[in-house]
Design a protein around this ligand. Structure first.
Ligand SMILES: NC(=O)c1ccc[n+]([C@@H]2O[C@H](COP(=O)([O-])OP(=O)(O)OC[C@H]3O[C@@H](n4cnc5c(N)ncnc54)[C@H](OP(=O)(O)O)[C@@H]3O)[C@@H](O)[C@H]2O)c1
Length: 250
């Protein structure tokens, strides 16, 4: 992907990984539009980055997606890059007969990117060069049992991204997956101080370097053990060790 001269929509661009990506891409000469539910947060980020734009969007709500896409394609006809980054991560106790969190997670993390991609597809297909970047997770490859539906949506996003790339192989739309490791953001509350969480600035700088290489799957060094576990031949042992080690956090 060319890292300059694009018009880029980043969902969840008001905080964490989305904000950091938005700021990097803004500094590199792209028109960046950040989207999320909290308008005050979006305003803080655009005020800190003159020239950046924002849009209130709830990716779990099909009507909100339809409104946003109508506005975006009118106000930013050169829009050519979609970054499906918005996500939520919640713990779930599967012994309880309650699926409210699971449904919210699926609506945001899986249906959100699917619906937004579909709604923007006619527009993106008309662009001379375009890209769709989906943010999955290392937990797509080895689930953290404490957050089961979250991990299931990320595995689904990985699978969906592979199919999307294949279906679009003869078009001008490049399909990229960003596979973050555990990164110190506020995804599950206050940013963790655990040293196993990768500092956000290191994660973003390595990610930008990898994006510049044209890679289709962006895996920083820290995520490689998770990414490679399914092919390692010792996936079950890895899963147990990984979950036993991290269960001490919860
Ligand atoms: N941090 C990690 O360790 C890690 C690891 C692997 C993958 N990831 C993925 O990275 C992405 C970004 O997460 P993060 O770590 O940067 O956490 P974050 O700071 O909490 O960012 C999540 C963003 O998504 C937005 N969002 C949530 N629900 C939304 C909705 N329904 N509509 C629109 N926007 C919504 C939030 O903004 P509003 O609340 O204002 O809507 C927020 O800005 C997520 O997909 C996450 O799964 C993170």
């Amino acid at each position: 992907m060319n890292l300059t001269g694009n018009t880029i929509l980043i969902t969840g661009g008001g905080s964490g990984i989305g904000r950091a990506l938005a700021e990097q891409l803004h500094q590199r000469g792209n028109q960046v539009i950040i989207a999320g539910r909290r308008s005050a947060l979006l305003d803080t980020v655009t005020a800190a980055n003159p020239g950046m734009n924002s849009l209130v969007l709830d990716t779990a709500d099909p009507a909100s997606i339809a409104n946003a896409v109508a506005r975006l394609t009118q106000d930013f006809p050169a829009l050519n890059v979609l970054v499906n980054n918005a996500g939520i991560m919640r713990p779930e106790n599967l012994r309880k007969p309650d699926t409210a969190d699971a449904e919210a997670i699926v609506a945001t993390n899986l249906l959100g990117p699917i619906r937004l991609t579909a709604a923007l597809m006619p527009h993106l297909l008309k662009q001379p060069a375009a890209a769709i970047l989906n943010v999955s997770s290392g937990l797509a490859f080895v689930p953290l049992a404490y957050t089961p539906t979250y991990c299931a949506t990320k595995a689904a996003i990985h699978s969906y991204t592979q199919s999307l790339r294949y279906q679009l192989k003869d078009t001008a739309i490049q399909v990229i997956e960003i596979v973050p490791p555990w990164v110190a953001t506020e995804l599950m509350g206050p940013a963790p101080t655990d040293p196993r969480a990768m500092p956000l600035d290191s994660f973003i700088s390595e990610t930008m370097q990898l994006l510049a290489t044209g890679a289709e799957e962006i895996c920083v060094e820290r995520v490689l053990p998770l990414r490679r576990a399914p092919a390692s031949g010792s996936e079950a042992a890895f899963f147990k060790t990984f979950n036993d080690a991290l269960s001490q956090r919860h």
